[in-house]
Design a protein. Structure first.
Length: 433
């Protein structure tokens, strides 16, 4: 199986494929009750088995079994709470949209959807469960998007200040370890957490444990099982409390412990690289066919039409001619669907992500945006000088992402604290709610 598919499966399956309360068999043991839903012991066992499979040959990097079970169960609880909140807010993901996501994943890994199904079966994974996990992932993504739209504001003054202080287009790969504190922590809880984070730092400083291994074993962060990896970030995407110190570090060095809103943290600079500078921007050239739903055309019918047109293109039909005959985009239709050169976010994040994920000349599987169902062909990409508006948009996006991460983590703590969680599994911590 290709690396990108393995990464996706790790993300979707690390925490087990979801089995909801109405599917509970009478004799099946319950690991935890989450509001009106449950997490089954079999689901937790499957999730832990998935983690162990990911760490095959490196099991010494994992915490003891009871701690691992507690970490995985907490992740399962958070997934359950997020999908429940998404459903309460009216977030829906149709079967057709799941089909589109399956098609995109298959295409990115050089498979047809049928070949992806076969590969999953060969790996002992149920295609239906895979689809269910995909649906939940899409629901969480949409919940996060709504959250960003309603809670994240970046002022012009913040953009001006960031542009003034911009530091040469560098990016920093970071990792962290979190020892969490509850809201309203007592002095005893604060002292215990501080002692723990100092002990973890001591292990790392003495060379007794690598930072990533310590994150897996000791961190309370949701990304603990990924070694605390925070990915690559520009300076504007790093919290202000850390940004200044990060610039003076060498790869491998650590700052902290520092106390933040979530608890005590250690932050490691893993690597540094030169990024696309603020004076340049990536542009893409593509053409597309848009099929809208509504009126007499259902969403499933629109997707089916888009799939048929893609099949004709794969069979040798001329893309431009099909766009002229069938596309509902009246602006690009007369140009054979040609959209010209555009930046990744010009037509929305969903469309941009699809184009960025294609190779030049490749044709996408049908995918859905707010406009309707698309089939897109990427024709080329280039680096070009960014206009002042583009530079400001890049900085605004970076600041927004940093704010979103902080606010989202706070939101997750809120919904976790408000929830009724009754843990039945002996290895897990005491119930909350």
């Amino acid at each position: 199986m290709k690396t990108s598919l393995l990464s996706l499966l790790a993300a979707l399956l690390l925490f087990g494929l979801q089995v909801h309360a109405q599917e509970v068999q009478p004799l099946e043991r319950i690991a935890a009750v989450v509001d009106e839903d449950v997490i089954l012991q079999s689901e937790l066992d499957r999730a832990v088995a998935n983690v162990l499979a990911q760490y095959e040959g490196r099991s010494d990097q994992l915490p003891p079994r009871e701690i691992l079970e507690r970490q995985v169960l907490e992740r399962l609880v958070l997934v359950r709470l997020q999908t429940a909140r998404a459903a309460q807010m009216g977030v829906r993901v149709s079967d057709a949209e799941v089909d589109g996501a399956v098609g995109m994943i298959a295409q990115q890994n050089g498979f047809t959807p049928d070949q992806l199904r076969q590969q999953l079966a060969a790996d002992g994974l149920s295609f239906d469960e895979f689809r269910n996990s995909l649906r939940e992932e899409l629901m969480i993504q949409r919940l996060r998007q709504r959250f960003a739209q309603t809670r994240i504001v970046v002022s012009d003054a913040e953009v001006d200040a960031a542009l003034e202080n911009q530091a040469g287009g560098r990016q920093y790969q970071l990792a962290h370890i979190l020892v969490a504190l509850p809201d309203g922590a007592t002095p005893e809880q604060i002292a215990t957490a501080e002692q723990k984070i100092e002990g973890v730092k001591g292990l790392i400083d003495r060379g007794e444990m690598a930072f990533a291994a310590a994150a897996v074993r000791y961190s309370d962060s949701p990304n603990a099982l990924e070694g605390g990896d925070l990915g690559w970030r520009s300076l504007d995407e790093i919290p202000t409390a850390f940004a200044g110190a990060i610039q003076s570090l060498q790869p491998g060095q650590i700052i902290g412990p520092m106390r933040g809103p979530s608890g005590f943290q250690l932050l490691q600079l893993v690597d540094v690289r030169d990024a696309e500078g603020p004076g340049t921007v990536t542009q893409y050239q593509a053409r597309h066919i848009l099929i809208r739903s509504g009126g007499d055309v259902s969403d499933d019918q629109a997707r089916a039409r888009a799939a048929t047109l893609r099949a004709r293109i794969e069979g040798g039909a001329d893309f431009a001619e099909l766009a002229q005959e069938h596309s509902d985009d009246t602006v690009s239709r007369e140009r054979g669907g040609d959209l010209g050169w555009f930046t990744i976010d010009q037509f929305g994040p969903d469309f941009g992500a699809q184009v960025a994920g294609l190779e030049d000349g490749a044709v996408s599987e049908p995918f859905k945006t707010q406009a309707g169902w698309h089939v897109v062909q990427r024709l080329g990409s280039r680096q070009t000088a960014a206009s002042d508006d583009n530079r400001r948009a890049q900085v605004r996006e970076a600041i927004g992402q940093r704010k979103l991460e902080d606010e989202w983590n706070r939101f997750l703590r809120e919904i976790r604290g408000e929830a009724f969680v009754d843990v039945r599994n002996a290895a897990a911590p005491a119930s909350g709610g």
